[in-house]
Design a protein around this ligand. Structure first.
Ligand SMILES: [Zn+2]
Length: 602
């Protein structure tokens, strides 16, 4: 396969590149040895310093009977030693500073700064001018210089695809880009991931996805791990061309390299499969979107809609199917899908619709399911939360909270006190907080108070000083329902950990999107949030988690329900769903009925 594509598209640039393995090995050797050298000299220096220090202590420890003057002498020696060590350190610092300054003021350093400015402003013309000048003045360019140049050239060349910019600049981006890429090899500068990715973008801009894919393989063979962006030029190039075999090959390579496709890649593969009438691949892509993306954007929804409305979709599907296998698939998959292939026959009925509060589709009346979270996943998530919290919060404080929670928990609900007291109001309101606490207590099967997390400053100062609020806080404290987080701590770690470890509801209007929550990843956390977060409406009523999962669902009868992404802040506007169903096949219905009766009788 590889050979054949080489034969098809063996460009002069390409062959030059693939036949030049030398610079990489040279660079690796150079880099490796210099690294080792620096590190070993660092180790040696450290051990010498340690020896000197321990020697000083040994003298002190073994000369208990030495006179005061001897001690004084050794102290002087010691302080002299310290001051000489300090001055050595200062000299080293000054030397490093001078070296850095010299680097910055060198022709290479100046070029680097100017190229970075071009990169920020997207000025390829100026960058190429600087490059030509540098070359004629014999300035030695490194991988960073080259990467900036390649990035600018590939960006300009790619803009051609989107019909932006003038033709001359675009063509010159392409031409000069390849020229610079070849120079990298001549100069024996070793490329890195960014170099390969920019080069692959240049190849894609020249409608040469074969070359883009070859560059990717080349990068892998050099031991450089590809990123998702490294795959995009080849994948999108083949998808655009409608070359299914090659696009699926890139996709398989991506999976083998452990690179997870996201919505743009899956959407491109889905469109390719729809256009090529590859129903099995359409099915596979829908399932991959379900498992990784969950809710789709408007553009992906249009592709899905066009599939279900197509004549090809009407032709696919089993007229009769094994109901028990479908059931088994649902149980094994954790619910919400079966993976047994297209079910049913004939034209699909496609509708853009909504789902009501109970999870019923307003178009076909199918009840959407709630997909459980694996308890083991929750446990792992709690463990990683502790690790992250202990890294970022004072460990002793967080450990104290964990112990407190063990003694007083578990709770049915946890309240982000500060957020709830400030939702829909300008001033911190204990009245509002108490109303939420009371609502939650009523909802609790054991009528237990929820856990309120508040910073100590909120518990001691401001409105907390008022008599009524003081009494309220005292009551919560007495009943083990209030935890005051210490000064300088971030409450978020505390309420999130409490809710995760108690497997309880969490009341907050915080959408949990900032840096802290991004640390938690996009695989488990959004699913957890969907099932546990309770929000406060504008009229201060509790909005409970939906009784169904907002994820692409495949029903036992072969219907599909696809939710679109919505603005998280706008949780009071109903989300749009695409419903695709087929009129039930009488034979299958009979089969389903028989099977249900049997299982009921059993
Ligand atoms: Zn429906």
């Amino acid at each position: 396969m590889l050979r054949s594509c080489l034969v098809v598209k063996l460009t002069p640039h390409f062959s030059f590149f693939t036949q030049c393995p030398r610079p990489l090995t040279c660079w690796k050797f150079r880099y490796g040895s210099s690294c080792l050298c620096n590190y070993s000299s660092f180790i040696n220096m450290k051990s010498i310093m340690n020896k000197k220090c321990s020697y000083g202590f040994l003298v002190d420890q073994t000369s208990h009977l030495s006179t005061l003057s001897q001690t004084a002498t050794s102290l002087t020696e010691c302080s002299e030693g310290i001051s000489s060590k300090l001055s050595k350190e200062a000299r080293r610092k000054a030397k490093r500073k001078a070296k850095r300054k010299a680097e910055q003021e060198s022709p290479e350093g100046i070029l680097k700064r100017k190229l970075n400015e071009c990169s920020k402003g997207g000025d390829m013309v100026e960058a190429l001018k600087l490059y030509d000048e540098a070359r004629s003045n014999g300035v030695a360019l490194d991988v960073h210089h080259y990467n900036v140049l390649l990035y600018l050239c590939s960006s300009h060349a790619s803009a051609k695809i989107d019909n932006n910019g003038d033709e001359n600049t675009l063509n010159s981006g392409l031409k000069r880009g390849f020229e610079i890429f070849e120079q990298i090899l001549v100069d024996e500068v070793s490329p890195n991931e960014a170099t390969f990715t920019s080069a692959a973008r240049l190849a894609a801009a020249r409608n040469d996805p074969e070359m883009a894919f070859e560059l990717l393989k080349r990068m892998k063979s050099c031991g450089i791990a590809p990123k998702l962006r490294s795959y995009e030029p080849a994948l999108f190039g083949f998808c655009k061309r409608g070359d299914t075999d090659k696009a699926y090959e890139v996709d398989a390579d991506m999976i083998a390299s452990g690179v997870m496709a996201e919505e743009p890649e899956l959407s491109a593969l889905l469109k390719l499969s729809v256009d090529a009438k590859k129903e099995d691949k359409v099915y596979e892509m829908l399932h991959r979107l379900r498992a990784t993306v969950r809710q789709v954007s408007e553009s992906t929804l249009q592709i899905i809609e066009s599939w279900f409305n197509s004549e090809d979709a009407a032709k696919v599907g089993e007229k009769y199917w094994d109901v028990s296998m479908v059931r088994k698939g649902i149980v094994q998959g954790g619910g919400g899908w079966h993976g047994q292939g297209w079910l049913g026959s004939g034209q699909w009925k496609v509708a853009k619709t909504h789902v009501n509060d109970t999870g019923m589709c307003l178009s076909c009346s199918e009840k959407l399911v709630s997909i459980d979270i694996d308890p083991k996943e929750t446990e792992n998530f709690a463990t990683s939360l502790i690790r992250l919290a202990c890294q970022r919060e004072a460990k002793a404080n967080f450990n104290h909270f964990q112990k407190w929670l063990q003694q007083h928990g578990p709770f049915d609900a946890v309240v982000d006190g500060a957020n709830v007291s400030l939702t829909n109001t300008q001033h911190f309101s204990f009245l509002q907080l108490n109303s939420v606490v009371q609502q939650l207590q009523q909802l609790s099967p054991s009528k237990r108070l929820p856990l309120v997390i508040l910073n100590i400053s909120r518990v001691n100062g401001g409105p907390a000083q008022k008599q009524n609020n003081k009494r309220l806080l005292e009551y919560w404290k007495k009943n083990g329902a209030l935890y005051a987080t210490p000064h300088g701590s971030n409450d978020d770690w505390y309420w999130l950990y409490a809710a995760v470890s108690c497997k309880s509801l969490l009341v907050t209007n915080d959408e949990m999107r900032d840096h802290l929550f991004q640390l938690l990843g996009s695989s488990f956390f959004p699913r957890w949030k969907e099932k546990h977060q309770v929000r406060l409406s504008t009229s201060n009523c509790l909005i409970m988690p939906p009784p169904y999962s907002t994820v692409i669902q495949e029903s036992a009868n072969g219907s599909w329900h696809v939710p679109t992404v919505s603005d998280d802040d706008d949780y009071e506007t109903p989300r749009q769903w695409l419903c695709a169903t087929r009129s039930p096949n009488m034979a299958s219905l009979r089969q389903l009925f028989t099977s249900t009766s049997t299982s009921m009788a059993a």
